[in-house]
Write a protein that binds this ligand. Structure first.
Ligand code: IPM
Ligand code: MG
Length: 368
């Protein structure tokens, strides 16, 4: 049987630096755990625009469809701010999500013990926090038609459309319930059913799927604005949160910040199973391209490394090896290794991106 395949798309800003460390981790699993991957690399985002005039070529799109998993760094940067909307770096990422039909975006917000002091929240509110946001990723107002900026009489009108079909809601609800069963068996669904018809349908369909297929899971509903408030008031009341594309975008940033360490958080975007039974999948850090620190060696590679751990778990059925990698990262933190984002002024000299990568490899060695 051939090796499983990975496509690495480092992208822009700090993307290439952090993905270089991920590559070393991938090689470690090949050398030490018999998990050998066929790895290829390609361009996405501004890097692809610079080379080809488009943030994602058709060839790269086709490759992404063929591999077992895509690992992405980050896209975007001020250099590309003035580009036409249709070729902005972000369009490359959105095309990958849409054409691979990656409808379930898993965004864990986990507070690492060693970092609880870093949160802007009181320690007792966030220590031990471990929630999973499941964001619908291929529909809603991000993709709904009609959309655009139009002329209407004497003025321009900006238009986007929030649109959800029953089946789109049902499939992401199932993803959330399935995950909940492997965690604390609790799902909170968030929408604005008080204001939006699409929210009314969302609530109905989530309830129907629950009652018919997952009656054992505890289900609650919250308006998304109240959800934001509850997330800051007492986030530990949540286990799995399922929500739409736009609310999920905002609530996941909020949840990420609760943990105090955006540089630590991974994500998985999953679609339907391919012929080999693996879900279509793209893994990426929650953080962006951080152009202000690109090339300085300050970037924290942990979020991308932990995204590869999610790949081991969700694409390659290697839950134990995923745990090994997650524990290696936790050990490094417990040992006091810190990149600049995990330090305050006066804390001493931060580890560089490469040093953090080396520390994770050393912890992996120690795990054998
Ligand atoms: C995210 C980002 C993206 C989004 C951007 C880069 C298109 O904010 O992954 O959360 O809005 O979905
Ligand atoms: Mg976002």
């Amino acid at each position: 049987m051939s090796n499983p395949s990975l496509l690495i798309l480092p992208g822009d800003g700090i993307g290439p630096e952090v993905m270089a460390e991920v590559r070393k981790v991938i090689d470690w699993f090949g050398a030490n755990r018999g998990l050998t991957f066929d790895v290829s690399e390609d361009l996405v985002g501004g890097a692809a625009y610079d080379a080809h005039g488009t943030p994602l070529t058709d060839e790269t799109m086709a490759k992404a469809q063929q591999v077992d998993a895509v690992l992405l760094g980050a896209v975007g940067g001020p250099k590309y701010d003035k580009l036409d909307f249709s070729v902005k770096p972000e369009r490359g990422l959105l095309r990958l999500r849409k054409e691979m039909d990656l409808y379930a975006n898993l965004r864990p917000a986990q507070c690492f013990d060693a970092l609880a002091d870093f949160s802007s929240m009181k320690k007792e509110i966030v220590s031990g926090l471990d929630i999973m946001i499941v964001r619908e990723l291929t529909s809603g107002i991000y993709f709904g038609e009609p959309r655009g900026v139009f002329k209407d009489g004497n003025e321009r009108v900006g238009l986007n459309t929030q649109r959800y079909t029953e089946s789109e809601i049902a499939r992401v609800a199932r993803s959330a319930f399935e995950l909940a069963r492997k965690r604390s068996n609790k799902v909170c669904s968030m929408e604005k059913a008080n204001v939006m018809e699409s929210g009314v349908l969302w609530r109905d369909v989530v309830t129907e799927i629950h009652d018919a297929e997952y009656p054992d899971v505890e289900l609650s509903h919250m308006y998304a604005d109240a959800g934001a408030m509850q997330l800051t008031r007492w986030p530990k009341q949540f286990d799995v949160i399922v929500t739409d594309n736009l609310f999920g975008d905002m609530l996941s940033d909020l949840a990420a910040m609760l943990t105090g360490s955006l540089g630590m958080l991974p994500s998985a975007s999953l679609g339907s199973p391919m012929e080999n039974g693996r879900p279509k999948a793209l893994y990426e850090p929650v953080h962006g391209s951080a152009p202000d620190i690109a090339g300085t060696g300050k970037a924290n590679p942990c979020a991308s490394i932990l995204s590869f751990a999610m790949a081991l778990r969700y694409s390659f059925d290697q839950g134990d090896e995923a745990t090994r990698l997650e524990q290696a990262v936790e050990k490094v933190l417990a040992d006091g290794v810190r990149t600049a984002d995990l330090m305050q002024a006066g804390d001493g000299t931060p580890a560089t991106t490469v040093e953090m990568g080396q520390a994770v490899i050393a912890a992996l060695d120690a795990s054998l």
